[in-house]
Design a protein around this ligand. Structure first.
Ligand code: SAM
Length: 392
């Protein structure tokens, strides 16, 4: 009996969420040109957003916690493996090896050029950054290397470029920005200084913020060197400093957004907010087998890598795809070219559903679920479905 009630409650809560997703998508398809205004109205619809936040919070904390591995567990495990379990070190070692190979090749080229031209040109052995060559700037054993580069602009004014790349070993708490956090699930772990952002926070530990309209400010290396650098953030956040986070998490965020442009903006913002070698972790729902949406994941990979990332890990679990991307560090040039990309490559299957189908979905969720077949179809199609009691 309890299992049946639990299942019915699960359907009800998931229906609230799915209804909101479908409604947003429908409006986007109908009024794409005015979507900025619709999004603004959506963010101002506090009652609808509150209902959604409550539903999400209950699902996450009352229904999905009995799973052997939740999406939050996977994120945590992956982040710790990357920063403290040798993942980042391995990645940096690989980059270093590449630098050595490129240096050796460059020297060889220079020597043969010298011989051929019989000139007495001198080389200083430093790397230049011409288009076909590699320009890296990795130092081993640095924790958070901060460097400043002052350059003269053509106006005679000088500009300062600050970089805050992450090196190994990484000490102290990891600054983790959880976007679309809802209830700040990462706050439970002491390894993280977790900053949750949401248009509709489910509790007071989450900051109210529309990530799509976040203002990016200059990084402050002095503040970043302190453990309490983000302790006094206001309840409502409209700006954050670039290159300041070890991790950005999008857990079940991207499919909330009805337009691929919005998803692209999120990924670009994540890129700016992460320090070099920081990790972007993405969880997106999919109850089908891995191959079913393999093309979508490939497309996401290409799009996200084109922004300035390199994929570090990908896993398909029962109901989710889990991805982690490392942000390239200052001066790093990848070994393989990434193909051209555009925002529409961040598509989701629902982008191609027609409006009638969307209506049908919403009706199915809001009505009483009597028909078994309908029930199981509803479950299959839920954007986020983990059945806690595993019945049926
Ligand atoms: C499906 S919930 C995921 C909650 C949580 N990350 C989890 O995995 O349990 C998606 C969340 O993203 C939030 N969200 C959507 N668009 C956002 C935006 N532009 N800025 C901040 N949060 C956003 C929603 O309010 C919602 O709480």
């Amino acid at each position: 009996m309890a299992a049946v009630e639990g299942r019915e409650e699960h359907i009800r809560l998931a229906g609230i969420m799915k209804g909101l997703h479908a409604d947003l998508r429908k409006k986007f398809k109908k009024y794409a040109k005015d979507f900025e205004q619709i999004w603004k109205e959506h963010c101002g619809d506090t009652e609808t957003l509150r209902q959604y936040a409550d539903a999400m919070h209950h699902l996450a904390t009352d229904h999905w916690t009995k799973l052997p591995e939740t999406r939050i567990d996977w994120c945590r495990k992956t982040i710790l493996e990357y920063f403290h379990g040798g993942g980042l070190k391995k990645a940096l070692d690989k980059v270093s090896r590449r630098i050595q190979v490129h240096k050796a090749k460059k020297l060889e080229r220079e020597r043969s050029d010298q011989l051929r031209n019989e000139t007495d040109e001198q080389t200083d052995g430093s790397l230049d950054c011409s288009s076909d060559q590699v320009c890296y700037d990795v130092t081993a054993n640095n924790r958070l290397r901060v460097s400043k580069e002052v350059s003269e602009t053509h106006t005679g004014l000088s500009t300062t470029k600050i970089t805050t790349d992450i090196g190994v070993p990484v000490r102290g708490k990891l600054r983790l920005l959880d976007v679309g956090s809802c209830y700040n699930p990462f706050a439970a772990y002491e390894e993280f200084m977790s900053i949750g952002l949401d248009i509709s926070p489910a509790n007071s530990t989450v900051h109210q913020c529309d990530f799509l309209h976040l203002e990016l400010t200059d990084p402050d290396p002095i503040a970043l060197s302190k453990e309490d650098s983000f302790d006094n953030l206001p309840d409502k956040i409209s700006q954050l400093p670039r290159q300041s986070f070890h991790v950005v998490v999008f857990s079940l965020l991207l499919e909330y957004l009805p337009s691929a442009d919005q998803r692209w903006t999120c990924c670009c913002n994540a890129y700016h907010l992460l320090a070099g070698n920081g990790l972007l972790v993405i969880v997106t729902p999919d109850s089908h087998k891995q191959h079913r949406n393999a093309a979508m994941i490939k497309s996401w990979r290409q799009a996200i890598e084109s922004i300035g990332f390199v994929r570090w890990r990908y896993v398909k679990l029962d109901h989710i795809h889990c991805l982690a991307f490392r942000k390239l560090h200052t001066g790093e040039v990848r070994d393989k070219e990434v193909g051209p990309a555009s925002s529409d490559m961040l598509y989701i299957p629902q982008d191609f559903h027609d409006d009638d189908h969307e209506d049908a979905e919403v009706v199915r969720h809001s009505g009483t679920e009597s028909d078994n077949e309908n029930n199981s179809r509803t479950f299959e199609e839920l954007p986020i479905f983990w059945d806690s009691d595993n019945s049926n």
